[in-house]
Design a protein. Sequence first.
Lengths: 113, 114
Amino acid sequence: AQKITQTQPGMFVQEKEAVTLDCTYDTSDPSYGLFWYKQPSSGEMIFLIYQGSYDQQNATEGRYSLNFQKARKSANLVISASQLGDSAMYFCAMLTGGFKTIFGAGTRLFVKA
Amino acid sequence: DGGITQSPKYLFRKEGQNVTLSCEQNLNHDAMYWYRQDPGQGLRLIYYSQIVNDFQKGDIAEGYSVSREKKESFPLTVTSAQKNPTAFYLCASSTHGNSGNTIYFGEGSWLTVV
């Protein structure tokens, strides 16, 4: 079965520090994509970063990086130098079998000043 | 500006009524999706469409219907058969590119049954 698991319902981080949000996945497909989205209180879903299953290097986008460990089936999001505006829900997602993307339950991140 | 437009942002429905949520995209994306999100929960796929005049059920299609008559439009009807329709509804679209089939979302529609 295809599944995304986020085990951290909530996380706190001090402003300017780095934080890691955990994500594990399960799929039998050899080809898949992994994504992270940010959802602020307004509700919109903002695409952050993508990692393909065949990509050799970990994806990075500005302060976001994806720590992809294929053997462990994990795709953790690392946010460096946290800012107050990073406070939001974060969702890990996986695309398999073409067009269908499934989402984890999310992690709420609180950044403290 | 290119993007995905959902309307209305807020909608109230009386029990027993059907309502239709609009979704329009000008990104020239082939695929479109509808997700439902309950408070504090993740997203669940209702329906998706890869091309015009074709769509597939997602994980929670019961009580919903869609159409895809134009590439740009993918409206969702919440029927009276949907027993618990109060939720946040997100429309999305995607196309194959450098980031795989990355999904981009509209701003969402809040539906409340009164």
